[in-house]
Design a protein around this ligand. Structure first.
Ligand SMILES: Nc1ncnc2c1ncn2[C@@H]1O[C@H](COP(=O)(O)OP(=O)(O)OP(=O)(O)O)[C@@H](O)[C@H]1O
Length: 255
């Protein structure tokens, strides 16, 4: 299933947040969204997820979700959003219980997503026993359990230290390489965007408009640390963003 945004604009009362966003999110690709603080990235994700309706324009789901899809649009948040009193297995089973999946089928799904996220040995652990990186892997496993058409990822790695972030990026690349998934991935971090994005949407400061869409052809598994082509792309993205980020910063100071 693809997602197609056409002429999407959004405002909160007097504040114009997004202006005339037209964008395709093709099935099986990761589309990163970058832009200065407050330019409307999270708002855009909420609009795609149907949590809010755009003030203008439309957002279409084109085609059908994958078979066995329980939830076409599934979020992965920065703060993991795990229930502290439930084990890893219990946190994942919760979303399947919500859909009335029989327990044997649910167990099969949980074993599968735990294996894919390298968490099989931690099924009985509680969130407080896990590192930040492991907690986010649980959140990703929980998202995968519903076999979503599109994962909506709002700065999923930004609460983690830089080494853990690198490891999680490798995990996401491995996960995608084995079974491609579709994601809209909001980040402030340009290194993350060039490591994970098949395309990178660069937004202007608020009201957020698309300034440019940068396409990256190099396969994800070839984009390790020190990759010269990716460093060039990252520099280019920063050039695009620098003025917008400075201006957004100045605007915030004068609020
Ligand atoms: N529910 C809301 N009601 C009113 N204003 C809102 C609401 N949600 C967001 N905003 C405003 O909309 C603008 C865009 O917010 P949003 O969180 O989408 O930006 P962002 O690009 O994700 O920001 P950041 O990079 O800092 O996370 C901000 O000025 C914010 O204050």
């Amino acid at each position: 299933m693809d997602i197609r945004l056409s002429g999407v604009s959004h405002r909160y009362d007097q504040t114009e947040v997004l202006r005339d966003i037209s964008l395709e999110i093709p099935s099986g690709k990761i589309v990163c969204i970058v832009g200065p603080s407050g330019c409307g990235k999270s708002t855009l994700l909420r609009l795609i997820g149907g949590l809010e309706q755009p003030s203008a324009g439309e957002i279409l789901q084109v085609g059908t979700p994958p078979t066995d899809c329980l939830n076409p649009l599934t979020y992965v948040f920065q703060d993991f959003a795990l229930l502290p009193w439930r084990t890893v297995h219990g946190n994942i089973s919760l979303v399947l219980e919500d859909h009335g999946i029989p327990s044997q089928d649910a167990d099969d799904i949980i074993q599968n997503v735990l294996a894919r996220t390298k968490l099989s040995d931690f099924a009985k652990a509680l969130p407080k026993q896990l590192s930040g990186g492991m907690k986010q892997r649980v959140a990703i496993a929980r998202a995968l359990a519903v076999n979503p058409a599109v994962m909506l990822m709002d700065e999923p790695l930004s609460a983690l230290d830089s080494q853990t972030r690198e490891l999680l990026m490798d995990d996401l690349v491995n996960l995608w390489t084995r079974t491609p998934f579709t994601a809209v991935y909001v980040t402030h971090n340009l290194a993350e965007a060039v490591r994970l994005g098949h395309s990178i949407v660069v937004m202007s400061r608020r009201p957020g408009e698309i300034r440019e869409i940068v396409h990256l052809d190099q396969p994800l598994e070839q984009r390790g640390l020190g990759n010269v082509e990716m460093e060039e792309k990252q520099k280019y993205l920063w050039q695009l963003m620098r003025e917008e980020a400075q201006a957004a910063d100045a605007e915030l100071i004068h609020v």
